[in-house]
Design a protein around this ligand. Sequence first.
Ligand code: HEC
Length: 177
Amino acid sequence: MSDSSSPGLTRASTSFFQPSADVDGRDKPGHDGLERSGHKPDASSASAKGSLLLVNSVMGAVAAMFIVLDAGSARSASDLGEAQFRKNCAMCHSLEPGRNRLGPSLFGVLDRRAGTVAGFNYSSANKNSGLVWTRETLDAYLADPQTMVPGTLMVFPGIKNGGDRQALVEFLASQHD
Ligand code: HEC
């Protein structure tokens, strides 16, 4: 993203700042006209340096902006995962260890064998699926539970948006001791 957008940003900023740098150059001879009148090249190279400095600081600002945006998107990804859980899963699944509802507790689900939460009455489809819940199998299951585990008792159509699903899987992966 930064590769394609920053050259455009920089170019736009340079032409935006150029006029004000020129005005600056013309302004100075006005203050001490006698000294400056014979030094026009100096004034213009000073203004060129000025715009270079401006370009540098604009680049710095753009870099700082990307860092801030990165931090923002990291935070919103985990917010999105938790929101997905509350919206789609929380009515049937708890995240507390050993607390089963209509579905088994999802605490520590990452790397767990399917059908192994104590005290939960699984379907044989789930129990005999032979699956281990990795990021990959969770992603496929949550996209379409009935296709991944035909006959599962989990009545859920699946999350079709890949980004939403990935955020949810990362959120589930973070629920452990
Ligand atoms: C309508 C209730 C319901 C909803 C909504 C639901 N589940 Fe389930 N889930 C179940 C049931 C019931 C089972 C047990 C399935 C079986 O035994 O066949 C299950 C099983 C699972 C399993 C397998 C657990 C294991 O120990 O093998 C996972 C993982 C899971 N659900 C994740 C989710 C996630 C994530 C969501 C939200 C996107 C969700 N479920 C939404 C009811 C639900």
